[in-house]
Design a protein around this ligand. Structure first.
Ligand SMILES: C[S@@+](CC[C@H](N)C(=O)[O-])C[C@H]1O[C@@H](n2cnc3c(N)ncnc32)[C@H](O)[C@@H]1O
Length: 773
């Protein structure tokens, strides 16, 4: 590689504009590399390369701290041709920068696996030629996995076929390597597979042989299971089933292990296979009955799950089918009636964001083709919808939270599609989604039916694959072809950052903790289009998406959510819109901002950045006036940037009041308190709250603001009015808080107490608040 061939340098500390420019350069550099003609690969010395890998393994094994970098949206190839239709290619025949279409590489690992972002090893072909092999996105090899566990998955001697391999040099040079991004491109083989018939490996290999009976492999599997090594257990049971496909105990154990991995389709298939076997003993039949029931339950097939548990109850050994049936009753109530125990869901979400026991719900809405929308669809109302009405409750297809990452493990992830730096959670989410698809192949069509930008057309007749061979070949080969590049685009265009609902005091603590943001993919909620002034609002209880109407919506009307959650400043909104390739939003807020002119918007943004640099009332007032002057006088009250500005002025007034409290006469004190509260109220007016007589108008609509912050603001204003002996207005603001809670969170009083109990206590207004609501 000469210096002209070098990729542009990307690092996380570059200024934002420079970073975007470099990412664009990187994208074209990678594109150009892709277009270069194939070249002969430099030779690699077998012995020194293996030696080097062993040394690297010791080095990485010692826990060297590093921040690996990765690129989302770089060109990636994935095969969709069945192995049987491909012919074998040898390493010496392979060319650099070439996808070997119509070919597969038969290889086996000859060195330990090392994890960087993907897992890298050295493989040989039957002729004894070697090359590096890097496998990305393989389940259980991501952050938190140890090199020991990865090497148990890929022990030396693992025989694999790589479908339609691409040989390339890394962006930083080094030895040639085959890079596999889609787990469906790897097929695990053993010497008895037809592909290996007649194959002789040129070099002997010192690898430990696999146990040679199903019974022994069951014991290996059970040992892995006992240690919580689910995938290793699955591989051991599967090897046993290869030797004896009727070994139903292995299949039954594998069903349980698949449940632990959330591979529900695979679990169901195994449990059903056990049930259809006539020689199965009663206890195993009961277990299979329960396992099938659990798989169906987690797939949301509640009626079928109920029948499974009802049958399981007939067995003498039955323990907890009754509990499962009760759960099913609850889930059916949730999904049919939209009746949820929000307090309980909130409490569960505080223990772990990954909520297990909850059903999906859809209100009176449907997906319809809509012109002028990227992806061509949107969500519309099928009936008139009232304010606060529940529209969607949805479990994610995949989700990653900062708490799922081992401490200190972070990736520098450059997304070349959105030109943003992605959070580690967002990057790892891609592997999570791939894994979920691997174990639940029938979800392929739903995932790939999501909008993936102009480079990946939305399939018009998506296929619905499943395990074709009673799951005997899985997990050695995937039941579904997963296009890694398409999946990266799906996740980039559709993932949400689900900040879980928490009380104000926790929110304040978390703000100071981590910059890492969660990421999740929702298959239905992804179909909502954006508006900066939406008629629906999304909130997350842990990883559960909840969408409610915040305005009345008529039948046939499109329902929008705000991708940026809250109007925010024009710059904040534009950042989000750019990420979604929305060139110009047509909402009235964006139209008004455009009419103000770019220079005024920029000045407003700059002034807004100085809010916390000033600390005197006079300076704060000046800043406010300057910001006001950037809006056309004809604009409505909706001026989102004035919301933090006026709040800040109120804060400054209060701070000054505190310091001169003892010196001021009562009347001056009162007028200052009144002045501060007037600014707080005006701030809310500018955020979209309709104010009448210094109170939210009766039946006011709740603006699309962080609901916990909004309600806390209302309560704080109520305290101020109490201090001013104005019970009527204080009551008005508590009532408004109650209404906001009903609109945004459903109105459960016990949930209100959990979320705002400490705020209310801290303000000393407990009795007053609970006497009003
Ligand atoms: C998460 S998808 C929303 C669903 C999408 N319309 C579909 O058919 O799958 C996000 C994409 O929808 C399009 N989109 C969202 N809001 C839009 C709007 N207000 N106007 C036009 N296109 C919009 C953009 O192309 C955006 O990248």
């Amino acid at each position: 590689m000469n210096s002209g061939d070098r990729p542009p340098h990307l690092s996380l500390d570059l200024p934002p504009d420079e970073l975007v420019a470099r990412m664009e350069q990187m994208r074209s550099w990678l594109q150009k590399q892709n277009e270069l003609p194939p070249a002969i690969a430099p030779p690699v010395d077998r012995f020194s390369r293996i030696e080097q890998q062993l040394m690297k393994n010791n080095y990485f094994g010692a826990g060297e701290v590093m921040m690996p970098q990765t690129y989302i949206g770089s060109p990636k190839n994935s095969s969709s041709v069945p192995l049987e239709e491909l012919s074998r290619v040898s390493i010496s025949e392979m060319m650099l920068r070439k996808v070997h279409k119509g070919k597969f590489l038969l290889c086996r690992s000859v060195a330990p696996m090392i994890r960087v972002v993907g897992s890298q090893t050295v493989v040989e072909d039957p002729d004894g030629a070697i090359t590096d092999l890097a496998i990305y996105n393989f389940p259980t090899t991501g952050p938190g996995s140890s090199s020991e566990s990865i090497n148990k998955l890929f022990p030396i001697g693992t025989i694999m076929a790589v479908r339609e391999p691409l040989l390339k040099l890394g962006t930083q040079g080094g030895d040639p390597l085959i890079r596999v991004d889609s787990i469906s491109d790897i097929v695990f083989l053993d010497q008895n597979d037809s592909v290996c018939f007649g194959i002789k490996w040129s070099f002997p290999l010192n690898s430990s042989p696999s146990p040679a009976s199903a019974e022994k492999l069951k014991i290996v599997g059970n040992n892995h299971f006992a240690r919580g090594e689910w995938l290793l257990a699955v591989f051991a049971y599967s090897k046993g089933l290869r030797l004896d496909k009727d070994a139903y105990l292995l299949r039954s154990n594998r069903a349980e292990t698949y449940l632990r991995l959330s591979y529900y389709s695979a679990a169901l298939l195994d449990a059903q296979a056990v049930l259809s076997n006539d020689v199965v003993d009663s206890k195993s039949r009961w277990k299979a009955q329960c396992r099938a029931g659990k798989a169906l339950y987690f797939q949301g097939e509640y009626a079928a799950a109920r029948s499974m548990f009802q049958e399981a109850m007939m067995f003498p050994e039955d323990e907890d089918s009754k509990t499962w049936i009760k759960r099913i009753d609850k889930r059916e109530e949730e999904s049919n009636l939209g009746r949820y125990d929000w307090r309980n869901i909130y409490t569960e979400s505080l223990k772990s964001p990954h909520i297990q026991h909850i059903a999906d719900f859809r209100g009176p809405i449907e997906v319809k083709p809509l012109t002028g929308r990227g992806g061509g669809r949107g969500v519309v109302a099928t009936a008139d919808i009232g304010v606060g009405q529940l529209l969607v409750v949805e479990k994610p297809f995949g989700s990653m939270f900062p708490s799922d990452l081992p401490s200190g493990e972070r990736l520098g992830s450059f997304n070349l599609i959105t030109k943003t730096v992605d959070s580690t959670c967002h990057t790892v989410l891609i592997s999570k989604v791939m894994e979920r698809l691997w174990g639940n192949p029938e979800c392929h069509s739903a995932v790939f039916n999501l909008f993936a930008g102009p480079e990946h057309p939305t399939p018009s007749s998506p296929k619905t694959p499943s395990f074709p061979d009673s799951g005997i070949q899985f997990p050695f080969r995937s039941a579904v072809d997963i296009d890694a590049s398409h999946l990266e685009a799906v996740v980039s265009y559709n993932a949400f950052s689900p900040q879980p609902l928490v009380a104000l005091e926790t929110k304040k603590m978390e703000k100071t903790k981590s910059l890492e943001t969660p990421s999740a993919l929702y298959l239905f909620s992804s179909l909502f289009n954006h508006s900066c002034l939406p008629n629906a609002q999304w909130t997350c209880f842990g990883n559960i998406m909840v969408i409610r109407a915040i305005k009345p919506i008529s039948t046939g009307e499109e329902i929008y959510i705000s991708y940026s959650q809250g109007p925010g400043s024009i710059e904040e909104r534009q950042k989000v819109l750019q990420k979604h390739f929305l060139s110009g939003c047509s909402c009235s807020l964006c139209t008004d901002d455009r009419a103000d002119g770019a220079a005024n918007c920029q000045r407003r943004e700059d002034l807004g950045g100085k809010l916390y640099e000033v600390s005197s009332i006079a300076e704060s007032r000046r800043l406010l006036r300057q910001m006001e002057s950037t809006y056309k006088s004809t604009r409505s009250d909706l001026r989102p940037e004035m919301f933090p500005a006026k709040h800040r002025l109120a804060e400054v007034i209060r701070a000054e009041l505190k310091s001169s409290y003892s010196r001021l006469p009562k009347s001056t004190l009162q007028s200052r308190v009144k002045e501060a509260v007037a600014f707080d109220i005006d701030a809310l007016r500018n955020a979209g709250v309709t104010i009448e007589d210094q109170m939210p108008a009766a039946n006011q609509l709740v603006p699309d603001l962080d609901i916990v912050m909004l309600i806390s603001d209302y309560l704080a204003i109520a305290v101020n009015f109490l201090n001013l002996d104005d019970q009527v207005r204080a009551k008005g603001w508590v009532k408004a808080a109650e209404l906001a809670h009903k609109t945004g969170l459903g109105g459960d009083k016990t949930l209100f107490k959990l979320l705002f109990g400490k705020v209310v206590d801290g303000m000393g207004i407990r009795e007053f608040v609970y006497s009003v609501i």
